[in-house]
Design a protein around this ligand. Structure first.
Ligand SMILES: Cc1cc2nc3c(=O)[nH]c(=O)nc-3n(C[C@H](O)[C@H](O)[C@H](O)COP(=O)(O)OP(=O)(O)OC[C@H]3O[C@@H](n4cnc5c(N)ncnc54)[C@H](O)[C@@H]3O)c2cc1C
Length: 489
């Protein structure tokens, strides 16, 4: 039976759920407070540059294909995905680089360049990770809600040591200090602290090996535009610049939403793509909540936040050692992680992710120009940092570092510049504490323990996106869209 469904938020989780629900014949209304769809994948246009605001590492293309196929379409007719190899280029403090290839043999050769003894151990580690992937990946697009499911998972968690933290897991295999950092980095890509992210999340490495890393022609914004076209073809009513102020609850059931202007929209089901903890705390009256009380929300574990600098230069930097995806790792890695996640202080040093998409695509900058973004992990807003002052200082420090080591005369060549900091995540994206990836993927906030896609508290309320199962990152939030759509029927 066709239902009227309201989707709050047009991030990838909301887009996936809206497309699947509309393809099944439901009447779907999608509301987003911003002027473009995409959420964290917002694309900024500045002086002729197209800067992808957030996700750039796109993997598991079949997850997109499946959504378009469910609507009787071919994904290839909406956007193009180009494979990248190396998947990433890592740099140590001396500027030496490590190419992280998709192929096992090529990466093992790179490992051997750093430490010949680690090459065999790397192969053994990947074999272990493949077992973790084969065992747990099938749960990623299913609702994990029952104790029975958890009892089934637990023995495998123990057998595969997937409950141990990633740092410990990698250290068991690799001896070289730099290689350890390279292979411990992945939790940060989904907002996790490698020191407390369970090794179950190493399956992301197998995702990339098995399915590859892709660049969408035109940037990640092209995927968002592809989704928007699909949604409009399917008759989804898209309402931009409409903020939802409240989820209306009656008798423990979501009956609709109230917009910030006061208008009420009734619905048979509400799918919420806003940040889950923020939504419970701010969009649902405390009088209705028993489980997700303000106290509980405040005490949950959150991902780090980010300072992201988007910059375009009037010259090309094709001679630079930078590849499309780059990770520059600092020497004080564990101390740096502790500063950000445990001590909530802004470290003096930093690790950086640098995106250089104009290596692969001329269409995203004016001719003869280069398009970059640099991402610096920082503590969430519980750290008392005055971002209006500290943000520009940290931005300038990161740019000076890149100029000194990778991009000569950078600052004199910048012709487009923008940055976002934790206040953007808090105030523009409505995320609790300005966390960039919502709830941190700790053991007690994973699988069955992570808030469920079907609200534990209210009927007819569903969650999609980074704060629910299976977690943050584009593949995961696309899967949450499938789970929610399957639950609604
Ligand atoms: C800088 C950065 C880089 C990243 N890089 C990668 C990467 O390379 N690969 C990868 O896989 N993942 C990456 N991630 C993570 C990934 O982008 C996110 O986990 C994912 O996109 C989040 O999607 P979501 O469905 O949770 O929705 P979001 O993108 O969080 O969107 C939520 C939407 O809801 C809207 N909204 C919120 N509240 C309301 C309200 N009350 N009323 C109306 N609208 C509302 C917001 O405006 C927003 O549009 C990155 C994240 C960041 C921040």
């Amino acid at each position: 039976m066709s239902k009227k469904v309201v989707v709050i938020g047009g991030g990838f989780g909301g887009l996936a759920a809206a497309a699947r629900l509309a393809a099944r014949g439901h009447e779907v209304h999608l509301y987003d407070k911003r002027d473009q769809l995409g959420g964290r994948a917002y694309q900024y246009e500045i002086n002729g540059f197209h800067f992808d605001g957030g996700p750039t590492v796109i993997t598991a293309p079949h997850l997109f294909d499946d959504i378009f196929a469910a609507a009787g379409r071919r994904r290839e007719d909406y956007f193009t995905l180009l494979p990248l190899d190396p998947l990433y280029r890592f740099f140590d403090q001396e500027g030496r680089c490590f190419n992280y290839w998709r192929g096992l043999d090529e990466t093992a050769q790179e490992v051997a360049r750093y430490n010949p003894d680690d090459a065999e151990r790397y192969r053994a580690m990947l074999e272990h990770i493949r077992h973790i992937f084969d065992t747990f990946q099938p749960y990623s697009d299913k609702p994990l809600t029952t104790l029975g499911q958890m009892m089934t998972i637990m023995p495998d968690m123990v057998r595969l040591q997937a409950f141990m933290n990633t740092d410990w897991f990698i250290e068991r295999y690799l001896k070289d200090p730099f290689l350890r950092k390279v292979f411990t980095f992945h939790p940060l890509l989904i907002g996790g602290n490698p020191l407390d992210t369970p090794a179950i999340y190493t399956l992301i490495m197998q995702f990339e090996k098995q399915w590859g890393v892709f660049y969408p022609q035109g940037g990640t914004g092209a995927i968002v535009r592809g989704f928007e076209k699909l949604l409009r073809e399917l008759g989804v009513h898209i309402h931009l610049q409409r903020e939802v102020a409240q989820i209306v609850i009656q008798n423990h059931k979501a009956t609709g939403i109230r917009l910030d202007g006061g208008e009420e929209v009734k619905a048979d089901a509400v799918v919420c793509n806003g940040d889950l903890p923020f939504v419970y705390k701010h969009l649902i009256s405390a009088a209705h909540r028993r489980r997700f009380t303000d106290r509980k929300v405040d005490r949950m574990n959150y991902s780090m936040s980010l300072l992201v600098i988007y910059f375009g230069t009037k010259k090309r930097y094709l001679d630079s050692p930078l590849a499309h995806h780059n990770i520059i790792v600092n020497s004080r890695f564990r101390g740096w992680l502790k500063d950000i996640f445990r001590h909530a202080t802004l470290p003096e040093d930093f690790s950086l992710y640098v995106h250089m998409p104009s290596r692969s695509d001329d269409s995203i900058s004016p001719p003869g120009h280069e398009n970059f973004y640099a991402l610096v992990p920082v503590p969430d807003m519980r750290a008392s940092i005055k971002w209006e002052q500290v943000g520009p200082l940290l931005r300038d420090k990161a740019l000076a570092f890149l100029e000194e080591h990778y991009l000569p005369d950078l600052r004199a060549n910048i012709v487009a510049l923008h940055h976002i900091d934790p206040t953007h995540f808090r105030h523009t994206l409505n995320s609790q504490y300005g966390a960039a990836f919502s709830l941190r993927p700790t053991l007690l906030q994973s699988a069955n323990f992570r808030p469920h896609c079907q609200s534990e508290e209210f009927d007819n309320l569903y969650f999609v996106g980074a704060g629910t199962h299976p977690g943050a990152g584009v593949p995961s939030v696309l899967s949450s869209g499938k789970i929610a759509a399957d639950l609604i029927g």
